[in-house]
Design a protein around this ligand. Sequence first.
Ligand SMILES: *Cc1c(COP(=O)(O)O)cnc(C)c1O
Length: 237
Amino acid sequence: MNKLFNQLQTVKHRIDQAAIKAGRSPEDILLLAVSKTQPVEAIFEAIQAGQRDFGENYVQEGVEKIRLLGERPLSDNIGSPITWHFIGPLQSNKTRMVAENFQWVHTVDRLKIAQRLSEQRPEHLPPLQICVQVNVSGEASKSGCTPEEALELCRAIIGLPRLQLRGLMTIPAPAEDFTAQREPLAQLRQLSGKLRSQGIALDTLSMGMSHDLEAAVAEGSTLVRIGTAIFGARQTS
Ligand SMILES: *Cc1c(COP(=O)(O)O)cnc(C)c1O
């Protein structure tokens, strides 16, 4: 078996082990393969190995890959189709391409972006699945709304016709030690619980990357976004 297949299996095993340890069911955690900067060939290999959800960070690059893979005949036992998640920073002049090509957006952090995505989501497609990105650690440089802004933004998204609010997402500052990793992830989980108690329906906690997957599963993540551990190091431009 090839390297990518093995790495994918290793990641799934990590999810399974972390879930069991947390008393959770591994099926409740979706594995999103983050394929930014990786060639179409690598994505194709991952598809052949059974992976179905992919995350891209750059609009142009993502749309190009979606197009190339759409043209490519996949083996006929492929089963369920591929789901594309946009997980990068989103400027308002790029929302149309995202609304037309992706099924999920994890990085909505202001009303203007949400409104544009809803207006631009084509009628023939199902509603765009949305996570609100929250900056729980409060670093000035990071994108994401503040925990205080989340309630109002969630309410606004619920009111937009072509969007479906699914949950919250965060990218914490990197931390080495397990306890330190858990802290911001616990904050996102608690915020999600608080919003639910205020009547906001949320079923997704998008958190956990290659280095903090175990901490994220321990804190209730339902969707982990894994790049390096599946595809290896990224090409830097
Ligand atoms: C790149 C990226 C990931 C994946 O990171 P790895 O450390 O390679 O697993 C996850 N989420 C977001 C938002 C990213 O930009």
